[in-house]
Design a protein around this ligand. Structure first.
Ligand code: SF4
Length: 313
C-alpha cells in the first residue's frame, strides 16, 4: 500500500468476511451492498490479491470502460501487475492505425499471431497479459462474449479466459441490463410467422380464459427449465405478473430461481416474505407441489404453506 494510504471504515472487515466466505465454501455468491464512495473497488482488489496469494485465480469485472480505466489507474497506484483488457476497438492497429477489428491482419484474413507486429500489437499484448494474470480486469461485455461465445468453440485447455476460481462483479446491480442489451432473442422470418399464427390461435379461441399459471403442467415446465438452467449455470429468472405472485413465491424460492422481476410496488412485500421463508422448507415444498395433479390442489398447498408462517391471512 502507498505510505499515505488509510483504510476507510468497514473496508478491512468486508475483505475479511469475503475471504472467510470463500474459504467456508458454504456460499457461492457474496453480495456487498455499500454506499458510493465506500471504496468497494479497493475491497474487490484486496480480496482478489489475498485469494491470489493462496493460489486462486479470478476476474474483476467492471460495468463500463470508464470504470475499467479507473481500475487501471488503481492497479498502477497499488503496484499490482494485473492485466486489463477491453474490446478490440479500444485499441489501434500499429500497422494501419485503424481500430483493431479493421487491423491489417483482420483485413487480410491472416492469423494475428503470425504477423511480425503481434508482439507489439496493443490489443494482443493487453489480452495476453490479462490472460496470464492471476487476477484479470475485464468489463462485462468482454467477459460475457468470452464465456458464452468464444470459450464454447474452443477446447478447455486452449481457452484464453477460462472459468476461474472467483469473479468480482463491480456494480452488480447493472448486470441484468447489460445482459439484456448484449443478448436479445433473434427470430427468423419463418419463426416469427409461426409465433404470429400461435398468438392468433390463442386470441381467436380465447385460450387465455383456460390458462392458469398454477396448472400442474405449467409448474412442472417452470421447474424443468429452472433446474436445467441452474445445472448448466445459466442465468435464470421469472418475469411478468407471476414473478410477483405471493402464492407462487415459496415455489420459486424452493427452485432457487436466480431472479424475480416484478413491478416496483410488489418488491417490498416479496422481499419481506423471502426473509421469512426457510429455503429448505421451500425445497421440500417444491417436491410436494410437483406431485400434486390439480391446479386447485397446488394453490391450496401453497396457501397452507404461507398461512402456517403467517405470511397470508
Ligand atoms: S496483430 Fe498487427 S496487424 Fe493485427 S491488429 Fe495487431 S498490430 Fe494490427
Amino acid at each position: 500500500m502507498p505510505e499515505e494510504f488509510q483504510w476507510r471504515k468497514g473496508q478491512k472487515e468486508a475483505i475479511e468476511q469475503i475471504v472467510e466466505a470463500y474459504h467456508s465454501k458454504q456460499y457461492n455468491t457474496v453480495i456487498l451492498d455499500a454506499p458510493v464512495g465506500s471504496g468497494k473497488s479497493l475491497i474487490a482488489m484486496c480480496s482478489s490479491w489475498i485469494l491470489n496469494q493462496e493460489g486462486h485465480k479470478g476476474y474483476v469485472l467492471s460495468s463500463e470502460i470508464s470504470l475499467q480505466d479507473q481500475y487501471e489507474k488503481d492497479l498502477h497506484e497499488f503496484r499490482l501487475d494485473w492485466g486489463s483488457i477491453k474490446g478490440l476497438d479500444n485499441y489501434e492497429c500499429i500497422d494501419n492505425f485503424e481500430k483493431t477489428s479493421m487491423g491489417t491482419c483482420k483485413i487480410m484474413g491472416k492469423e494475428a499471431r503470425k504477423m511480425p507486429c503481434y508482439s507489439e500489437c496493443p490489443y494482443y499484448v493487453a489480452r495476453d497479459k490479462a490472460s496470464s494474470s492471476h487476477t484479470s480486469m475485464l468489463n462485462y461485455a468482454y467477459w460475457l462474449a468470452m464465456m458464452n461465445e468464444v470459450n464454447p468453440r474452443m477446447d478447455e485447455a486452449k481457452q484464453i479466459f477460462p472459468k476461474r476460481d472467483f469473479t468480482f462483479c463491480d456494480e452488480a446491480h447493472k448486470i441484468l441490463d447489460i445482459i439484456q442489451s448484449t443478448y436479445s432473442p433473434k427470430f427468423s422470418e419463418k419463426q416469427a410467422e409461426r409465433i404470429e399464427r400461435l398468438v392468433e390461435f390463442f386470441e381467436v379461441h380465447k385460450m387465455g380464459d383456460y390458462y392458469d399459471e398454477f396448472h400442474p403442467a405449467v409448474m412442472r415446465s417452470i421447474a424443468h427449465i429452472i433446474k436445467k438452467a441452474r445445472k448448466k449455470e445459466k442465468l435464470n429468472g421469472i418475469c411478468g405478473e407471476f414473478a410477483g405472485n405471493r402464492l407462487a413465491l415459496p415455489f420459486f424460492i424452493g427452485l432457487k430461481v436466480g431472479e424475480l422481476s416484478m413491478t416496483p410496488a410488489s418488491v417490498p412485500q416479496i422481499k419481506n416474505m423471502i426473509r421469512q421463508i426457510d429455503s429448505r422448507d421451500a425445497e421440500n415444498l417444491v417436491n410436494e407441489i410437483l406431485r400434486i395433479p390439480t391446479t386447485e390442489g397446488i394453490k391450496s398447498r401453497l396457501s397452507q404453506f404461507l398461512t402456517e408462517r403467517d405470511l397470508i391471512k
